[in-house]
Design a protein around this ligand. Structure first.
Ligand SMILES: Cc1cc2nc3c(=O)[nH]c(=O)nc-3n(C[C@H](O)[C@H](O)[C@H](O)COP(=O)(O)OP(=O)(O)OC[C@H]3O[C@@H](n4cnc5c(N)ncnc54)[C@H](O)[C@@H]3O)c2cc1C
Length: 451
């Protein structure tokens, strides 16, 4: 199997990064950020915006964007939670409305910042594949309206098939506000802007220990006043105690060869929306700027006990089932070949939104757990972490998402057992069964297991 920097379309086609510096010897800094994904990059960028005099250093084990940030589907949603209805369940109606406003403002600012990262404000189609999904779409639109959000519109079968021609589609919600982006260009842009502000970067420098205000790598160490952990699904490698609050999972993606004009004509997709369907384990897909189809699945895999490493980067069974599901959706272009395939790690929480906190008497600050939904929210988290690191006030610190921790996950062996039970129940729901007692109970507690 190819390594991730060759097999992931975004990483393999990324613009030249320039020279990489490995950490060697002893250094001092005001603030060290561990992890150069979106969370770490935005944190470093906002730290310099808040206080240009601070010496900020970012340390990354691979290259910038090596984790989920360089491997994702690039579908940008303005919604901070997985849906506005879930935001109400998790945080109450008033805070759900506030999150919706924060989320939309955040995406508008992101779009301005990322104008040269292939950001297309296409909106999103949330596809109904069953009668029940049609009801879900109508309900989602109603909830959005109730929160004062007017970016949802219901599309019937003919309308959605005119947007994108799949025989499986029965209807959809068309949600304006978000879009699609090239995530690795966004990674590169935030890094470049942070460097202009004076942030120093060390890459291919895995941190092996964080203790007493010191970040230690194999070749060097940095003493810092504050340390920001922006390591998402890898966090337990440094702080295993945080595993109570998240579970690491792997999502898998295919990217096709470039579509011919004739193939594009057969499917439509003139408006190039990012797409998700309404199942628990949904497909997500989009066009790239050179007109390939990126085809992913949220049927994420858990590798016990909490494995996150290169051995999980590929999964033949997932690739096979992705190709099969693609042909079911688009039989008219079933001949399409897929040139890239890869997986990436996701940190999932029981409330599907990230959590924040401190360790080591406040020296270490962290945010993680975007549950496969982090392109927009990492920018908000970076702003929050930067304020926490500088002890500066912002309204964002009062959000329940920041103040409260999600319901914990059980440790092994119960963890594997519960993942298997919930996965099987969700598969049954996707086949049209009623949610069983387990899912109903979890629903009541506002707990989710999907990515
Ligand atoms: C396949 C896939 C598809 C997705 N699709 C979407 C999507 O369409 N839309 C969306 O909004 N979200 C999506 N996501 C989720 C999104 O990518 C993540 O939520 C987001 O990238 C998280 O950013 P992060 O910076 O917190 O974590 P990461 O990007 O994982 O960054 C953490 C970084 O920390 C580094 N690190 C870890 N440990 C150490 C250490 N010990 N020393 C040094 N460095 C370390 C890692 O190498 C990594 O670069 C997807 C994720 C995956 C995997």
């Amino acid at each position: 199997m190819q390594n991730i920097e060759q097999s992931c379309y975004w990483l393999a086609t990324r613009p030249d990064q320039g020279e990489i510096t490995v950490l060697q010897g002893k250094l001092d800094a005001d603030i060290v950020v561990v992890g150069a994904g979106f969370t770490g990059l935005w944190t470093a960028y906002f730290l310099k915006q808040i206080d240009p005099s601070r010496d900020v250093v970012v340390v990354e084990q691979g290259v910038t964007g090596y984790g989920g940030s360089g491997r994702n589907a690039g579908i940008v949603s303005a919604c901070v939670d997985h849906s506005h209805a879930l935001a109400i369940v998790h945080f109450g109606k008033a805070e759900a409305a506030r999150l919706a406003e924060i989320g939309q403002k955040n995406i508008d600012e992101l779009a301005q910042f990322a104008f040269d990262c292939d950001f297309e404000k296409t909106g999103q189609l949330q596809i109904a594949l069953t009668q029940k999904h049609l009801e879900d779409c109508r309900e989602n639109n109603r909830v959005a309206e109730e929160l004062g959000i007017n970016s949802y519109r219901f599309l019937g079968r003919d309308e959605v098939q005119a947007e994108l021609n799949s025989p499986l589609y029965l209807g959809a919600s068309l949600v304006t506000g978000g879009g699609i982006i090239n995530p690795i260009k966004l990674v590169g842009k935030i890094k470049a802007e942070a460097m202009k502000l004076g942030v120093r970067f060390f890459e291919r420098s895995p941190v092996i220990e964080v203790k007493g205000g010191t970040v230690v790598t194999k070749g060097g160490s940095i003493n810092a006043r504050k340390i920001v952990l922006a390591t998402d699904s890898y966090t337990h490698h440094l702080f295993p105690q945080l595993l109570w609050r998240f579970i690491p999972l792997y999502d898998y993606i295919l990217v096709s060869e470039v579509l011919t004009g004739e193939q594009l004509r057969k499917i439509g997709w003139q408006n190039r929306q990012g797409i998700v369907d309404c199942r628990s384990f949904f497909n997500y897909y989009r066009l790239t700027s050179d007109n390939r189809i990126l085809w992913g699945t949220s049927e994420a895999n858990y590798y016990p006990p909490n494995r996150v490493d290169e051995s999980c980067d590929h999964s033949e069974p997932h690739y096979r089932s992705l190709r099969e599901s693609f042909v079911r959706h688009f039989p008219q272009i079933s001949e399409l070949n897929f040139s890239y395939q890869w997986g990436g790690p996701i940190a999932s929480t029981t409330r599907l939104t990230p959590f924040f906190g401190t360790l080591e008497g406040g020296k270490v600050i962290y945010a993680l757990g975007y549950t496969g939904h982090g392109i927009g929210t990492t920018r908000i988290a970076g702003k929050i972490l930067a304020h926490m690191a500088c002890s500066k006030e912002t309204d964002l610190l009062s959000l329940s998402m920041v103040r409260k921790k999600p319901f914990p996950y059980p440790p092994e062996p119960l963890r594997s057992l519960s993942v298997n039970m919930v996965t099987n129940s969700l598969r049954q729901v996707d086949k049209g069964d009623d949610p069983g007692i387990l899912l109903k109970m979890l629903d009541l507690l506002g707990i989710g297991f999907s990515s």
